[in-house]
Design a protein around this ligand. Structure first.
Ligand code: WTA
Length: 655
């Protein structure tokens, strides 16, 4: 079986040249760096002892743990016997240590309103919100769903859940009512925390409206708490819905943190796999807290006076680990920006960096490419000299974007950390360490200390340097997922059965002669659109859900800005008219069923689809057609004329 990377193929000349350049650390940076080369050796000598030492030093325990790791493949338990509270570790202990007046978050609303929350403020707000949840009957172990814009109440709500040991499931605000309902029903959440709406690109996004639609089919939900963000009138259901400013504001700020076991569920986060049903990725308490906080401090070289900005949405894992839990455990000062980078103009981010003297910026290649497209005059107009570390996450960063980031944002001075990880891994696993690692543009370089990653061929044999294959992980790590909610068998099947004894990440990768890892994109039916994971099957079922559609096949195609774009091939039911209006309607239908991020950019009506004799759609051929390439092997096609018919059909509709 050959690896079929969905990205990274066909490098241009500049690409090759860029890949050959290396960027050794600046000695002045190395002299002050948090990370030392020696931690690789310490971790390699005994990775369990390494994590044990860190867990004892970094976490404030209510009860110390006895066993560092119990590993019954594929089920891990870390720091067994210990008890702790995540909100205590992220907030209270900093206040006790005299950091009450330190800013936890500078928040900037898209319309220009701002708020500042110190650690002492955060402690009060979290205590009140936790008491409100208790008043509504939420108890340790009960699930709480959160569907909010990027406002301070979002991390407050997450920490309030953690304070009482109620696992949360945050659903990205861009998801549809149906997606929200599906997640609530999968985990049986009792309470939903939401907002009337939020701002995005100058428009109000009506979250409560979607929530109401979702709550029509979620019998487990007893109450909703609604933050007043936009002030737009919303319908409140008597007895079920409560305004945040009523129920939270009147509570006492004192709410003792509930100590929970190390392996208590901290949260669920749903992510797309290769089937139509998203998986509830399960993260627990102590290992996750350790993994996120330690990587955050080492990889971003966090110092007490840094102003750190992870420009992701808290609704994704990057926000959970590197806006909320990791940074707060480290008493960092962070930025939260509600809106879009182009609103009101394309220099919004650079204004924020200048104004708040941001020192660390962590973002995604798609955002960098979007800024690149607008031109360097936007960042050039601002003083970005405060920046000292830049990070990238979410998809492979092409060398051109890496170099642009280095030159126009980092002004040639700052190290760049290209960090590979997943919702499932919880923490960054493959990354440079600034001050230690010599970087190559486009390479995530090496596994983090304590992590054993490898690249294997189809039979699970390690591929020598210079070769490519499948990325696998060969030992457990503290922040790893503990399972898929309610489905241990699917957990085993998805991640641990492809190669016995190894975690299969679903990514293709190669290693160069120096042992550097180069990620090549997904090898399964998962697309990566602007850093969002979307399954082809999910979009296909959304299309087939429309009354005019008989069958659909979806592939991801290369896109200059978003990395991949969604291309849908649609067969209509008998009598269906393939009009432009219907194409628009079908796209909207997908946005309605899943969310706007899943709206296909291209849609083509076709009379038939290329299938193997066993009836499996040949996506590789569809990708060839979509990207205008000469066709690969067609010998396994059941009907070889199908492809020609599709090719002759030029009626592609584009967004
Ligand atoms: C991709 C986001 C290349 C990869 C944290 C992975 C990357 C998926 C990188 C996880 C990177 C993430 N280089 N590819 N630095 N970071 N990916 O779960 O395909 O939203 O499997 O987690 O994003 O996406 P997820």
């Amino acid at each position: 079986m050959s690896v079929e990377p969905s990205q990274g193929a066909g490098p241009a000349i500049e690409n090759l040249l860029a890949e050959r350049r290396t960027f050794p650390p600046d000695p002045a940076f190395t002299a002050r760096a948090n990370a030392r080369a020696a931690i690789y050796d310490e971790a390699e000598r005994d990775h369990v002892a390494f994590w044990e030492r860190l867990a004892r030093e970094r976490i404030s325990w209510s009860r110390p743990f006895e066993t560092t790791l119990e590993w019954e493949l594929p089920f891990a338990k870390w720091f067994v016997g210990g008890q702790l509270n995540v909100s205590y570790n992220c907030v209270d202990r900093h206040v006790e240590n005299g950091l009450g007046d330190k800013v936890a978050y500078h928040w900037i609303g898209e319309p220009g309103d701002t708020r500042t929350l110190t650690y002492a403020n955060l402690q009060r707000e979290v205590g009140k919100a936790a008491n409100a949840l208790l008043e509504l009957g939420v108890r340790t172990g009960d699930r709480v769903a959160i569907y909010m814009p990027m406002i301070p109440e979002l991390p407050i709500a997450m920490l309030a859940c953690a304070r009482i040991g109620a696992p949360h499931t945050v659903v990205f605000g861009g998801f549809s009512a149906e997606a929200l309902a599906g997640r609530i029903n999968d985990c049986g959440a009792r309470v939903l925390i939401t907002a009337d709406g939020g701002y995005r690109r100058g428009k109000e996004v009506g979250l409560k409206h979607h929530a109401d639609e979702a709550l029509a089919s979620t019998p487990s939900i007893e109450h909703a708490i609604v933050v007043n963000r936009t002030g737009r009138g919303v319908h409140m259901v008597d007895g079920r819905d409560h305004w945040w400013h009523d129920i939270v504001e009147r509570q006492s700020p004192d709410c003792p943190p509930v100590p929970v076991d190390s392996e208590h569920m901290l949260y669920l986060l749903y992510t797309s796999g290769t089937t139509a049903k998203p998986k509830g990725i399960l993260h627990t308490t102590a290992g996750y807290l350790l993994g996120t906080s330690f990587t955050h401090e080492m990889i971003f070289d966090l110092k007490p006076d840094d102003v750190y900005w992870c420009a992701a949405d808290i609704g994704w894992v990057t926000g959970h680990s590197y806006i909320v839990y990791g940074p707060l455990a480290n008493a960092a000062t962070g930025i939260i920006y509600e809106g879009a980078p182009d609103t009101p103009t394309w220099d919004r981010w650079w204004q924020i960096i200048e104004r708040y003297k941001v020192t660390i910026l962590y973002t995604a290649p798609t955002a960098i490419r979007a800024c690149m497209k607008q031109g360097p005059q936007y960042p050039a107009a601002h003083d970005l000299s405060s920046l000292r570390v830049l990070g990238s996450v979410g998809e492979p960063i092409n060398p051109e974007a890496w170099l642009w980031y280095h030159e126009h944002i980092g002004r040639g001075r700052t190290p760049i950390v290209d960090t590979w990880w997943q919702t499932e891994t919880g923490m960054i696993l493959i990354t440079p360490l600034p001050g230690v690692t010599t970087t190559k543009p486009g390479s995530a370089t090496f596994p983090f200390p304590g992590i054993e990653a490898d690249i294997v061929d189809g039979d699970g044999r390690s591929v020598p340097f210079g070769g490519g294959g499948y990325l696998v992980l060969k030992r457990p790590w503290p922040a790893m997922l503990r399972g898929i909610y309610g489905d241990p068998e699917r957990y085993r099947q998805t991640y641990w059965s492809r190669f016995p004894g190894m975690y299969f990440a679903g990514d293709g990768a190669k290693r160069d002669e120096d042992g550097y890892f180069w990620l090549l994109g997904r090898v399964d039916d998962v697309m990566n659109v602007a850093g969002h994971r979307i399954s082809t099957t999910e979009v296909e079922s959304a299309l087939v859900d429309h009354r005019s559609v008989a069958e659909a096949a979806v592939v991801g195609v290369k896109d200059e800005v978003s990395g991949q774009a969604i291309y849908a091939f649609v067969i209509l039911k008998a009598g269906g008219e393939p009009t432009d209006a219907l194409a628009v309607q079908l796209r909207e239908h997908v946005a309605y069923v899943i969310g706007p991020i899943a709206r296909p950019k291209y849609l083509m009506f076709v009379p038939d689809l290329p299938k193997t004799r066993s009836g499996k759609i040949m996506r590789r051929l569809l990708r060839d057609i979509a990207e205008g390439r000469t066709l690969g092997d067609t010998t396994t096609l059941a009907d070889a004329t199908v492809v020609e018919t599709i090719r002759e059909n030029t009626g592609r509709s584009e967004e």
